[in-house]
Design a protein around this ligand. Structure first.
Ligand SMILES: [Zn+2]
Ligand SMILES: [Zn+2]
Length: 189
């Protein structure tokens, strides 16, 4: 998991909830987060991330339930063009009251020494999991030509139909070309 525990951008004062099981409050916090990126999607540093959540004091700690929202830039898996996509990811996380959790995995999921709850790690983890695995700018995206790299959404480069996009069929396409050439029975120039 991420290790961004210094100077949280999304921190909430929870002093009134500590050691009071049953107490709760609703918070909406919004701030940009750094390093929020994968190879296919990212949230630029000038775009805020919003956490809208109910924080409930329970015996084990603080339970945060709500949503994390942001507008990500994602890259089409076929034609590589970039486009915006709204993300809204549901979260439900238990934060420990221990000041320095022994377990590394809890880092970022614990109340800070100054009684603030840092929501950065939760928001970052939720958004990265919410990033689309293979985004398409359009369900019918024609992709890039495997021969010349042209964007097939913007025109025909003359290298055959969209069926040759999928590399799994490349062998079959080559076989068909060979058969056609034999059919033609004409010497190639
Ligand atoms: Zn595309
Ligand atoms: Zn081409």
């Amino acid at each position: 998991m991420s290790k961004h525990v210094t100077a949280p951008a999304l921190a909430v004062d929870v002093r009134e909830l500590l050691q009071k099981p049953g107490a709760h409050k609703h918070v909406v916090v919004r701030a940009p987060l750094d390093d929020l990126a994968t190879p296919v999607a990212w949230v630029p540093g000038d775009r805020p991330v919003t956490v809208d959540a109910e924080i409930e004091s329970v015996v084990e700690g603080l339970l945060v339930t709500g949503t994390v929202r942001a507008t990500a830039v994602v890259r089409c898996a076929r034609c590589l063009r970039e486009f915006d996509q709204e993300l809204e990811v549901e979260v439900r996380e238990l934060f420990s009251l221990e000041r320095s959790p022994a377990d590394d995995e809890d880092e970022g999921y614990a109340v800070l020494p100054d009684d603030r709850l840092p929501l950065d790690t939760m928001a970052r983890d939720a958004l990265v999991l919410g990033f689309p695995a293979a985004p398409l700018h359009d369900p019918d995206c024609q992709g890039l030509c495997p021969v010349c790299g042209a964007d097939r959404n913007t025109g025909d480069c003359g290298h055959g139909g969209p069926e040759t996009i999928d590399p799994r069929w490349a062998g079959l396409a080559g076989l068909r070309t060979t058969l056609q050439e034999e059919d033609d029975a004409r010497p190639q120039a």
